[in-house]
Design a protein around this ligand. Structure first.
Ligand code: ADP
Length: 480
């Protein structure tokens, strides 16, 4: 592609140079020819319009030796007439027949009766010019007592022709130099035009092969520079999109694997316990009850996982309806505190609640906000060793309300803190499972809070404890 563009450039520039030179040359040659032609006739007219010369010629024609007297006068006027006996000559012709009598040289061949000679024969001066003829001539009739004559001046144009020959030579030389320059210019153009295009092509090929590591260097501000920048931007966007796609594909795979794994464990339990129950009809009632309660627990667990998954998939699809109303955030916090008190007591936690400022009403989905608060408190209770401390604080600031749940429990290792909002992510799977967790609680909480334009943050130190804080705008999200 580069080569053909390069060839085209050379051809276009060469054609331009040749065409330009040809046009200039034609004008020049034509101009020179016309200049000589009009110069000749002007010169002749100015000489022959002189009354002095006319008088002299008439006297000569009246003299006995008319022809030689006329020739003498013409010889005297050789300078002004430009007679050089080579290119330009004068001849004295017979006024009736146009036949040659004498002249500045002997004509090599017979003088033909040109249009001007024929005019002169009729007694008129012949000054007609013919640019296409290979000669220029004037014929002046002269009548005296010695006879009728025609003074005939003819120029064979050899001066013009040799000048034009020289000019053509120069034009051809200029053309050759022009062609050489055009090749050099094409090389230069190829460097500034074709090279970046080739670079772009290579870069596009690399991108097509999935290699995004090479950015194109660009220092030019011209159209190719803009194209290069646009290409780099496009490659960047493409790379980011591909990365996103890979990430979401990876997440999807992990999610499916997690769901299958999470459901397999309870299904296996239910299956093996029910098989045992079926195989042993004589099982003691106490054992039977224990087995049945395991089956019930595992079924509850499965149903909770399925319920949570359904909630999340509805969030993803955007098909969950929120009921935004104005309600007392303070009352919700108090209700959650009361509801969770028994659970906290079961684990012998010191469970407290404190409002740092008055808390206004907010606009939001009360049920779902309480679901978030319950999840935060129940995590604090679950992930704190019995007899620990769980403290709820709440307040309001800058048009927002907030609620923190602080515990002095097992905490979360640094590397896991950012991942606890991921679906199914649990620091200690066994512990979570034991306490009925699914690893989906914080993901759901995160979705709910972001639908309220709020945010949820978690700080933790392994072995020391955790603080999780939710912040919500008093006015709720702007779009609902
Ligand atoms: P789960 O159902 O397992 O509790 P969550 O989504 O609510 O799922 O929480 C995800 C994980 O984050 C938990 O499994 C636990 O490892 C960690 N976590 C959440 N809250 C706390 C906390 N207060 N203290 C320690 N770990 C916590």
């Amino acid at each position: 592609m580069g080569r053909s563009l390069y060839t085209k450039l050379i051809l276009i520039i060469m054609t331009l140079i040749v065409a330009f030179m040809a046009v200039v040359g034609a004008f020049l040659l034509h101009g020179v020819r016309n200049f000589y032609l009009s110069e000749f006739y002007q010169q002749m007219q100015s000489v022959f319009s002189s009354e002095e010369l006319a008088e002299d010629l008439h006297h000569a024609a009246d003299a006995d030796n008319g022809v030689s007297a006329i020739a003498d006068i013409l010889n005297a006027y050789k300078g002004p007439l430009g007679i050089d006996a080579g290119t330009r000559n004068y001849y004295i012709l017979d006024g009736m027949t146009g036949g040659y009598i004498t002249g500045s040289n002997d004509p090599a061949e017979e003088i033909t009766n040109t249009a001007n000679i024929l005019t002169a024969m009729t007694g008129q001066s012949g000054y007609a010019s013919d640019a296409s003829a290979d000669f220029m001539d004037v014929a002046i009739p002269l009548e005296g007592t010695s006879g009728r004559y025609i003074i005939y001046i003819i120029d064979n144009k050899s001066t013009v022709q040799s000048l034009n020959g020289d000019l053509s030579h120069i034009i051809l030389q200029a053309m050759a130099v022009g062609l050489l320059i055009s090749v050099l210019m094409s090389l230069l153009l190829a460097k500034t035009l074709v090279t970046p295009i080739q670079d772009l092509t290579h870069a596009a090929e690399r991108v097509a092969d999935g290699d995004f590591d090479h950015k194109l260097e660009n220092s030019a501000q011209d159209e190719i520079g803009v194209l290069t920048n646009t290409f780099n931007d496009m490659a960047g966007t493409l790379e980011a999109t591909l990365d996103d796609l890979k990430k979401s594909e990876q997440m999807r795979r992990e999610f499916v694997a997690n769901v299958s794994h999470e459901l397999r464990t309870p299904i296996t339990s239910v299956k093996s316990y029910s098989e045992t129950l079926l195989e042993d009809p004589d099982m003691p009632p106490e054992m039977r009850r224990r087995f049945l309660s395991v089956i019930l627990n595992e079924s509850d667990r499965m149903s909770k996982i399925v319920q949570d998954l359904l909630t999340l998939s509805r969030f993803d699809a955007g098909s969950i309806e929120f009921e935004f109303t104005r309600f007392s955030f303070e009352k919700s916090v108090r209700d959650v505190y009361s509801a969770m008190r028994i659970e906290a007591q079961k684990h012998k936690h010191e469970f407290t609640l404190e409002f740092l400022t008055p808390v206004p009403e907010i606009r939001g989905d009360r049920g779902r906000i309480e679901q978030v608060l319950i999840n935060m408190v129940s995590n604090a209770i679950k992930y704190t060793r019995d007899g620990g401390k769980v403290k709820i604080t709440a307040g309001a600031k800058d048009g927002k309300v907030w609620c923190s749940v602080r515990d002095n429990g097992i905490g979360i290792p640094k590397q896991d803190v950012d991942r606890v909002f991921d679906r199914f992510y649990r620091v200690d799977k066994a512990r979570s499972r034991e306490s009925g967790g699914t690893g989906l609680g914080l993901s759901i909480a995160n979705e709910i809070v972001s639908r309220h334009n709020g945010n949820i943050q978690l700080e933790s130190k392994a072995g020391r404890g955790t603080v999780i804080t939710v912040t919500l705008p008093v006015e709720g999200p702007a779009d609902v």
